[in-house]
Design a binder for this molecule. Structure first.
Ligand code: SF4
Ligand code: SF4
Length: 293
């Protein structure tokens, strides 16, 4: 049996957040949604403090509580490789998965993807009703020069392909009204002709190779080989007492009881709040720069 997962080396991660950015570009996630989020913890008392950076994707659990909570079976675990996916055609946006998951990795899509992207909807809140072409400032500015025959720059045709085993949409720009989360870049795993099978955007982008992606059941896989190389370091999984059996293993010391997040993670948790801030920025954040100039 294959179970895709990750070993994430906290002794290497220095908190640059390139993985967050790569994931966002790869998966067309909306403003304020970070399928990969790097938490920054601080421990101790000044001046004797220590910082830990903890990248946190979906844990692609062996016993996913989000799937158990889903009333429509939209959230499910794919048998062939253990990835936990969201079937956008079945999702009704009830957010039960968000409540069922102890890791905070689920995001509600509040707007049409064209309006929810960075650079969209700031001047025109109404998308044009065409589900393949953009509206708003970026698309208008780029016109036919935009990549993909006039499509907006975030559109990657690989996401137009249905995802197996159901043959429905489970990757790419998330439709309005569904829940979404990390897919372990399922579109990469499912389209080997692109040469990206066995990779994820976050792992590929990390400049210090802190994220190792592969089959957790294969002793020769990248994550297991790295775990073996660092066998003298401590390891842990997140919230194991919840019985979810996560498939992300962390290398390094687990943040202790007095660890506190340096930023308030909640400010990233509500995409709608981020959208409102971009549409109506506080005066101190206003800018006269126009896209396309
Ligand atoms: S890209 Fe690598 S070093 Fe940077 S935050 Fe992500 S895991 Fe850490
Ligand atoms: S595996 Fe892919 S979807 Fe998941 S956090 Fe990394 S880049 Fe994002």
């Amino acid at each position: 049996m294959t179970q895709l997962g990750m070993a994430i080396d906290l002794e290497r991660c220095y908190g640059c957040r390139a993985c967050m950015e790569a994931c966002k570009v790869e998966n067309s996630t909306p403003r304020g949604a970070f399928w990969m989020h790097v938490f920054r913890f601080e421990e101790g008392e000044y001046p004797d403090t220590e910082q830990t950076n903890m990248p946190r994707p979906c844990q692609h659990c062996s016993e996913p509580s989000c799937a158990s909570a889903c009333p429509t079976s939209a959230r499910f675990k794919r048998e062939e490789d253990g990835i936990v996916l969201t079937d956008y055609d079945r999702c009704i946006g009830c957010r039960y998965c968000e409540i069922g998951c102890p890791y905070g990795v689920n995001y509600a899509q509040f707007e049409h993807p064209e309006d929810a992207q960075y650079g969209y909807g700031s001047e025109s809140d109404e998308h044009n009703g065409d589900d393949t072409h953009g509206s708003g400032t970026f698309a208008e500015a780029l016109g036919d020069e935009a990549p993909g025959e006039g499509k907006p720059p975030w559109h990657d045709p690989i996401h137009d392909k249905p995802v197996e085993p159901r043959g429905t949409q489970m990757s790419g720009p998330q439709p309005e009204g569904v829940m979404s989360k990390c897919t372990m870049c399922a579109h990469r795993q499912d389209n080997p002709e692109r040469g990206q099978e066995g990779t994820t955007a976050c792992a590929q982008t990390c400049p210090v190779d802190a994220i190792k992606f592969g089959d957790m059941e294969d002793p020769e896989s990248d994550p297991n080989q790295h775990l073996e190389d660092k066998s003298s370091s401590s390891t842990f999984k997140l919230l194991e007492d919840r019985g979810t059996e996560p498939n992300v293993v962390y290398i390094g010391d687990e943040p202790g009881d007095d660890a506190r997040t340096i930023e308030d993670a909640d400010t990233f948790k509500d995409p709608q709040e981020a959208i409102e801030i971009e549409k109506n920025p506080p005066e101190s954040r206003s800018t006269d720069v126009e896209v396309g100039q």
